[in-house]
Design a protein around this ligand. Structure first.
Ligand SMILES: NCCCC(=O)N[C@@H](Cc1c[nH]cn1)C(=O)O
Ligand code: ZN
Ligand code: ZN
Length: 502
């Protein structure tokens, strides 16, 4: 039998040709998927979301995979009523003991999107303008999930052996924090027993250059609640005689960080991993254009002036963001109310070696100390709502080597090795629970606008991304085969040594 890589060069060419020839079909599939408003945040879209998961399951079944739809139970809404969570998909294609097993994790739910939010086109109709495919979910995460499926489909269409075994975990509630996913993983340990590598493609490049992601920040998300009484009051009638909850809250929120972004919570930086000289050098070689990044962000000025500082503060230092105030007047017009109960929402992005329980303690102590100085009779409550840990991978692991080679073959360049300032909570959970090697292979561009108005993926990234996944399967199979040979020959040497000693 020929080794898997013996005809790799011709195979790759065939695969690429097929993908190019079928790109309009692949764009059509993305159109069909984006047309389903699978918004997981709004219960009114729940039926559509469930339909989206079912469509995905059906699509994976057409690859010949065994597909399981796992019931995720009921979601309890704020008002107390319950609705069905969308099921999660666990699927498997191939189980040869001599092949590597790669598990792809992705999601088919999307962030909310309304035309009136400032979209130039209908968010649920893929519209191609200047080589960009605009639509909610185009890059986050329907495009990458489809690129993975099309890469597999290409092998099948050309009647080529798929060089790896494949598994899938596809969910429908990633955008709302993946509730229940950790329990699902804990309850399906056997699903991971033969998995060698886990691939996530749910982020974007840093520049125009292809990239591989080896780290994400975590997130500690807090609610700080101040309550003055049971009902809202008229500010003309009661203003001046009561301790206003909103005034206390604004004071508390202002105490968290200064205007330069420095977090003011005592002790918060104590555990942050020190910047070594070796790490410091990494930032110099990364292809990152601050001006372009500013344009993509549509802001005038960043807090830092050098590329290195910007990258470090996005990736390896914590940051604190204030997101909103529940219960505060936020509508148009000039309502003259004094709100009774207000909940401030802020989060602190976590970096190695911060520990969530320590952060929780420091935040609570800081807010209680500041509140005590206000001499306010109001009630204060601080709670940690999300505690997601940061994730960092070893870039020398075989899955990174395979992906680097695959990128060189598709794009002709060596990728930037990047981290991501945002959080994919499941990355760390996968690593800790399954002990398997995780890699993030983004295919979206830096200006794709995840979660924003006018989200898009370029046709080129979508199609080249499909080629990248197809090529990655081959490269990983080669490396896996080499590793297995090495491990077998080591085994033989150990057995020989044991025999010679006895
Ligand atoms: N580029 C990847 C984006 C994934 C994402 O947006 N994740 C959310 C998850 C989260 C963290 N805390 C609450 N939700 C994010 O905000 O980073
Ligand atoms: Zn996503
Ligand atoms: Zn998202």
């Amino acid at each position: 039998m020929l080794p898997l890589h013996a005809n790799a060069a011709t195979k790759l060419e065939d695969l690429f040709q097929h993908i190019d020839a079928h790109q309009d079909d692949f764009v059509q599939s993305l159109k069909d998927w984006v047309a389903v408003p699978s918004d997981s945040s709004d219960p009114r879209f729940r039926e559509q979301l469930i339909r989206m998961v079912q469509m995905t399951a059906e699509r994976i079944r057409t690859l010949g995979a065994t597909v399981q739809l796992v019931d995720m139970g009921l979601e309890t809404l704020h008002g107390g009523q319950t609705i069905q969570f969308p099921p999660a998909i666990l699927a498997q294609l191939g189980n040869s003991t001599d092949k590597a097993t790669v598990c792809f994790y992705g999601h088919v739910d999307v962030q909310p999107a309304k035309k009136e939010d400032g979209w130039k086109t209908d968010p649920y109709t893929i519209t191609e303008i200047n080589g960009n495919l605009y639509g909610r979910g185009a890059t986050d995460n329907k495009g990458p999930v489809l690129a993975w499926i099309h890469a597999i489909d290409t092998y099948i269409a050309l009647q080529k052996t798929i060089p790896v075994n494949l598994k899938f975990i596809i969910e429908g509630v990633e955008e709302t924090g993946s509730p229940g996913l950790e329990e699902l993983l804990k309850g399906h340990e056997e699903f991971f027993s033969d998995v060698d590598y886990i691939v996530i493609s749910d982020n974007v490049w840093l520049s125009r250059k292809p990239a591989l992601t080896y780290g994400t920040r975590g997130n500690a998300y807090f609610f700080v609640e101040v309550e003055s009484g049971k009902k809202d009051l008229h500010s003309g009638t009661f203003g001046g005689i009561i301790h206003e909850s909103m005034r206390d809250l604004v004071y508390l929120l202002a105490s968290l960080a200064d205007t330069a972004g420095h977090i003011l919570i005592p002790g918060i930086y104590d555990d942050v991993a020190p910047l070594t000289e070796e790490e410091s050098k990494l930032y110099e070689s990364i292809d990152f254009d601050m001006e372009e990044h500013k344009n993509n962000t549509e802001v005038n000025t960043f807090l830092y002036n050098t590329k290195e500082e910007i990258l470090q503060h996005m990736w390896r230092y914590p940051s604190l963001s204030i997101h909103g105030i529940e219960g505060a007047f936020a509508g148009v017009g000039t309502k003259t109310v004094i709100p009774s109960k207000v909940i401030g929402k802020f989060s602190i992005r976590q970096v190695p070696n911060m520990k969530i329980p320590v952060v929780e303690k420091l935040v609570k102590k800081h807010l209680e100390d500041v509140f005590a100085k206000l001499n306010s009779p109001n009630k204060l409550k601080v709670s940690l709502e999300i505690g997601a840990m940061p994730w960092v991978a070893n870039v020398d692991d075989p899955q990174y080597e395979a992906a680097r080679t695959a990128i060189r073959k598709v794009f002709g360049v060596t990728p930037d090795m990047i981290r991501d300032g945002s959080t994919i909570p499941l990355a760390r959970t996968f690593q800790d629970l399954t002990k398997k090697k995780v890699i993030m292979i983004p295919i979206g561009g830096a200006d794709d606008g995840e979660h924003s108005q006018n989200e898009k993926i370029s046709r080129s990234n979508y199609i080249q991304g499909t080629k990248l996944f197809a090529s990655f399967f081959l490269e990983l199979a080669k490396l896996h085969e080499d590793l297995q040979k090495k491990s077998n020959s080591n085994q033989v040497k150990i057995s020989q040594r044991i025999r010679s000693q006895t």
